[in-house]
Each structure stands twice: as C-alpha cells, then as structure tokens.
Design a protein around this ligand. Structure first.
Ligand SMILES: Cc1cc2nc3c(=O)[nH]c(=O)nc-3n(C[C@H](O)[C@H](O)[C@H](O)COP(=O)(O)O)c2cc1C
Length: 135
C-alpha cells in the first residue's frame, strides 16, 4: 500500500529557478503552473514528466525551499536521465506517490543527504512492474 495521490496532473511552463539545484547535484526544472491550479500539499513526490511527447521518470519537490529561507511555493522537478535545458517548454507532470513532507534542514549537506535518500526510494518505485507501480 502506498500513499497515493492518484493521477494528479499539473502542466506548466519551465522557468529559470535560482540555479541552486545544479550546485546541489540535483538540477531541477522549475515549473510555473497556471495561477488557478490546485496544487498538492508541499512535499516530495515520485512523478512522470511528459516533455515533447516523451515520458520521463522524475522526482518533484513542491514547496517553499525553507532551507534557503524562501517563502513562495514552487514546483521543482529533477528528471532522471535528462541533461538538456528545457527552459521555456511546457511540460506536464503526473504525481504518482507522496514520498515525504518538505522540511527545513539545518544545513545544505543535510538537505543533499535527504535528497539522495529520496532519489533512491523513488528509483526503487520505478523498478516495480508497471501494473503495481501505481498501487
Ligand atoms: C527531491 C527534492 C527534495 C527537496 N526537498 C527539500 C526540502 O525538504 N526542503 C527544502 O528546503 N528544499 C528541498 N528541495 C528544494 C531545493 O531546496 C531546491 O531544489 C534548490 O533550492 C534549488 O532551487 P532552484 O532550482 O530554484 O535553484 C528539494 C529538492 C528536490 C529535488
């Protein structure tokens, strides 16, 4: 049994973020949803991202980046196996599973260690047979 947020989909344009993600070792595409979009609770999610008709596995943080003292809600997604700059593209994002709540870490190192664990968990999710992945 997983904590599923079934088939929540968000589309939006990829904009430039603060550029910190690459320095953390996890570059993220920052997605701006329409202003009237209903967004899931802040947290980390296993997701599927569609870019130009191709579907990628991804891990997405929805939240305020409290570790960096920010307070506006952003959607940031780290797309596995994608190196290209997708700034300006409109992408769609499907939420598969809630992984954990967003929190404020005492140091950037702690945040990076947690993201590494999140990534391991999510990669394990994606190794499941497709028919059980969404259970
Ligand atoms: C999987 C994942 C989990 C994250 N979890 C948190 C978190 O719990 N708390 C936090 O402050 N930021 C979290 N972040 C957000 C990072 O702070 C963010 O990616 C970084 O600030 C880069 O921002 P930028 O793209 O605007 O440069 C997470 C990012 C990713 C990719």
């Amino acid at each position: 049994m997983m904590d599923m947020t079934a088939n929540t989909k968000i589309s939006g344009k990829v904009v430039k973020g603060a550029g910190r993600g690459r320095g953390l070792g996890f570059p993220t595409a920052n997605v701006t949803p329409p202003s009237d979009a209903v967004l899931p609770a802040n947290g980390v999610y296993a997701t599927k991202i569609t870019i130009d008709g191709t579907i990628y596995n991804a891990i997405t943080n929805i939240g305020n980046n409290p570790t960096f003292g920010e307070n506006h809600k952003t959607i940031e997604t780290h797309v596995f196996g994608l190196d290209a700059d997708i700034t300006g593209k409109t992408i769609s994002l499907e939420i598969l599973r809630f992984v954990r709540a967003e929190r404020r870490f005492g140091s950037v190192d702690e945040l990076v260690e947690q993201i590494q664990r999140d990534v391991e968990q999510v990669l394990n999710d994606f190794e499941m047979p497709p028919n059980t992945q969404n259970d």
